[in-house]
Design a protein around this ligand. Structure first.
Ligand SMILES: [Zn+2]
Length: 56
């Protein structure tokens, strides 16, 4: 799980907007551009190339 204080400083690398945790903390979603970033071994992979687009 990602600590709240760390989550608070994480921003989307594409648009610099705040990210929100999804599901059980397996991914981070940007509400602005809808990119979803994976979390591997509790480490957020904040790379635009690793992101997937969530149309919803
Ligand atoms: Zn974004």
């Amino acid at each position: 799980m990602i600590p709240k204080d760390l989550l608070d400083i994480l921003v989307c690398p594409a648009c610099k907007k705040p990210l929100t945790l999804q599901g059980e903390g397996q991914s981070l979603k940007c509400g602005a551009c809808r990119r979803v970033y994976p979390v591997r071994d509790s480490i957020p992979i904040l790379l635009v190339d690793e992101a997937t687009l969530d149309p919803s």
